[in-house]
Design a protein around this ligand. Structure first.
Ligand code: GDP
Length: 421
């Protein structure tokens, strides 16, 4: 039996109009993911309208039209297969959505495709997205130098833009020599799924091949057990049943578990997923599990279950890199908004503004700034007003990202660099 392919999430980043949507459409189209009935319908329309060739652009226009008419079509899942992976494209329409999606974990990306128009080359959002990708821990990058048709597939134009992008990504800490730079035309499909015959000077991979060269995502299954608790039920005849999603590690029937911050310990009697009993639960599984030795009142939403020999980290304070997304005035020491991390919501005090960094490059701009404003990126120290579990993003990524909320909006997003237990 063929082993199921591994999943990988890839973010599409780059300046507006450089061709992100077109590249997504092209990948889905060439991979055969645009539903056959839609292609059939469009082909017929094209014939009726006397369009000689059935072009990709026609499909893109039609899909856009349908989207604008509010028809949700089943290409929305944005998934396609390469030889090695099932790739899910995480689109980042707006800068803010991007960060929010990234940190809420709704769409954690394992890699990013940076789309750069060969003519306009590096622009403001190119810089921002590259820095954000790096900040949010996306360590693998593919650069698509797009719209090569606009420069007649000229190698010099490609090299010139490649050089500028290489300089930019190096500045934020990527290794350009490990990053594929691919001359493509998303519109015409050159070097996307198929090797182009218009650029004989290029011997590197296509986008599809570059995706297959990505390292598989780090396996959360090999990390310590963490189950942020969403709800706790008390079921008569059964007992206490916390419910949550396994973020890392493996939970087995018979395991001893500890819930932090309260520090209570119990034994797992049974595990259920989709109303079926299971013996083991893995990352991504939404489960309810019955624990003996713990009462409903001992634990609550926001607590995290783990194994006693490697318990969840309760933070006295934590150091984080944040980006201020929107704040009407300024963030100063003493500011105490609510931090949303995994299932926990805890008011946390800004106790140190350590340094302001360049949101484009990560270079230190100012040590010990007096305040932070919208658009600033910084390293700060936060102190929870009551005990909370939070982890370093490099140890357990899903428990190391957080949103800062206040006044009904997401004020900042961040990731945890260090924790003082
Ligand atoms: P996004 O804002 O980054 O998602 O950019 P879009 O995918 O919406 O593309 C912006 C414009 O560039 C559209 O008019 C596309 O048709 C055009 N475009 C995208 N890719 C190519 C390409 O490879 N060649 C040319 N000539 N135009 C392209």
């Amino acid at each position: 039996m063929a082993r199921e392919k591994e999943h990988i999430n890839v973010a599409m980043i780059g300046h507006v109009d450089h061709g992100k949507s077109t590249l997504i459409g092209r990948l889905l189209y060439d991979a055969g993911e645009i539903p056959e009935h839609l292609i059939e319908k469009y082909r017929k329309e094209a014939q009726e309208k006397g369009k000689a060739t059935f072009e990709f652009a026609w499909v893109m226009d039609k899909l856009k039209e349908e989207r604008e008419r509010g028809i949700t079509i089943d290409v929305a899942h944005r998934k396609f297969e390469t030889d090695k992976y099932i790739v899910t494209i995480v689109d980042c329409p707006g800068h803010r959505d991007f960060i929010k999606n990234m940190i809420t974990g709704a769409s954690q990306a394992d890699a990013a495709i940076l789309v750069v128009d060969v003519v306009d080359c590096v622009q403001a959002q190119t810089k921002e997205h590259v820095f954000l990708a790096r900040t949010l821990g996306i360590n693998q990058l593919i650069v698509a130098i797009n719209k090569m048709d606009r420069v007649n597939y000229d190698q010099k134009a490609f090299e010139k833009c490649k050089e500028a992008v290489a300089k930019l990504i190096k500045l934020v800490g990527y290794k350009p020599e490990e990053v594929p730079f691919i001359p493509v035309s998303a519109y015409y499909g050159d070097n996307v799924f198929k090797k182009s015959d218009k650029m004989p000077w290029y011997n590197g991979p296509t986008i599809r091949e570059a995706l297959d060269l990505l390292k598989p995502p780090e396996k959360l299954i090999d990390k310590p057990l963490r189950i942020p608790i969403q709800d706790v039920y008390s079921i008569s005849g059964v007992g206490t049943v916390p419910v949550g999603r396994v973020e890392s590690g493996v939970l087995r029937v018979g395991d001893k578990v500890i819930f932090e911050p309260p520090g209570v310990v119990g034994e797992v009697k049974s595990i259920e997923m989709h109303h079926e009993p299971i013996k083991e639960a893995y990352p991504g599984d939404n489960i309810g599990f019955n624990v003996r030795g713990v009462s409903k009142n001992d634990i609550r939403r926001g607590d995290v279950a783990g194994h006693p020999d490697n318990p969840p980290t309760v933070a006295r304070d934590f150091t984080a890199q944040i980006v201020v997304l929107q704040h009407p005035t300024a963030i100063t020491v003493g500011y105490t908004p609510v931090v949303h991390a995994h299932t926990a919501q805890v008011a946390c005090r800004f106790v140190e503004l350590q340094k302001k960094i360049d949101p484009r490059t990560g270079a230190v701009k100012e040590e010990n700034p007096q305040f932070l404003k919208t658009g600033d990126a910084a390293v700060v120290k936060l102190e929870p007003t009551r005990p909370m579990v939070i982890e370093r993003v490099k140890d357990i990524p899903p428990l190391g990202r957080f949103a800062v909320r206040d006044m009904g909006m997401t004020v900042a997003a961040g990731m945890v660099l260090d924790v003082t237990p």
